[in-house]
Ligand binder design. Structure first.
Ligand SMILES: Nc1ncnc2c1ncn2[C@@H]1O[C@H](COP(=O)(O)OP(=O)(O)OP(=O)(O)O)[C@@H](O)[C@H]1O
Ligand SMILES: [Mg+2]
Length: 237
């Protein structure tokens, strides 16, 4: 497989006794929708933070489009990272939130306006420009966060438990909308969740993590019919 994103033997320690990622090897072809599934503390967020450049690695290599990411700071990677708590700017309205990344990239006002409008339409938020984010429902905030992440046209989209703060009914509805939006974009996506149903719905390949290690990666059929070990079988049952 030609990899757009490649991780080779990546290790991450927090102190001498806490190994957070162990020998992680991962190859993602362009356009792949990967879900990362694992129990709490298995290293899912650490993996995303490392790819985003928010966390250093102790050993191993990371490449994107054939180039090493090691010395590339986060803001130069052009990756989109949607945090679990959305982290919207509370003092800004919807337009300003979605425009933020474009302004950071010093885009002109005309271009910013066009792109923000496009993103708000994509996420079903047309007409919300002047609304304040603290006046929005959880589902609307989630969509603003997605629009903000997508606005600078990232080369890679990472979503860290994007639905976990929402109630069950809304989760289901937004999962459908989110997977719909993701599938219309030709963008490599990593979707982190600890919910099996969400993982299989959001990704065409699912990576299972435990204690900082990749236990198995595969399609739903691979994982359910041919689990790599008893732990995976038990975890998915
Ligand atoms: N800055 C840090 N310093 C020390 N240990 C850390 C740090 N960040 C994470 N860890 C360790 O990593 C573990 C959590 O890793 P991580 O956040 O990647 O897990 P996760 O799979 O995203 O879990 P969750 O599903 O709960 O979000 C913690 O239990 C902690 O021991
Ligand atoms: Mg996490």
């Amino acid at each position: 497989m030609t990899g757009e994103l490649i991780l080779e033997q990546v290790n991450k320690n927090y102190g001498p006794k806490i190994l957070m990622l162990r020998d992680v090897n991962l190859t993602l072809a362009k356009g792949t929708h990967l879900s990362v599934l694992g129990p709490s503390g298995s290293g899912k967020t650490t993996l995303l933070r490392i790819i985003a450049g928010l966390e250093s690695i102790d050993s191993g290599k990371i490449f994107f489009n054939g180039g090493s990411l090691t010395d590339i700071p986060p803001y130069k990677r052009n990756f989109g990272y949607m945090f679990q708590d959305f982290a919207l700017f509370p003092h800004m309205n919807v337009f300003q939130n979605v425009a933020f990344g474009l302004k950071m990239k010093k885009k002109g006002n005309g271009e910013v306006k066009i792109q923000v409008k496009k993103m708000l339409e994509l996420t079903g938020l047309g007409g919300y420009e002047n609304r304040h984010v603290n006046e929005l429902s959880g589902g609307e905030r989630q969509r603003v966060a997605l629009a903000r992440t997508l606005a600078p046209s990232p080369r890679l989209l990472m979503l860290d438990e994007p639905l976990s703060s929402l109630d069950r009914v809304l989760r289901k509805k937004l999962l459908g909308e989110l997977t719909q939006i993701i599938s219309t974009l030709n963008i490599t996506t990593i979707f982190v969740t600890h919910d099996h149903e969400e993982a299989f719905a959001a990704g065409n390949t699912v990576l299972i993590m435990k204690d900082g290690r990749i236990e198995q990666q595969g399609t739903r059929d691979d994982l359910i019919q041919r689990p790599a070990n008893d732990w995976v079988r038990h975890f998915l049952s």
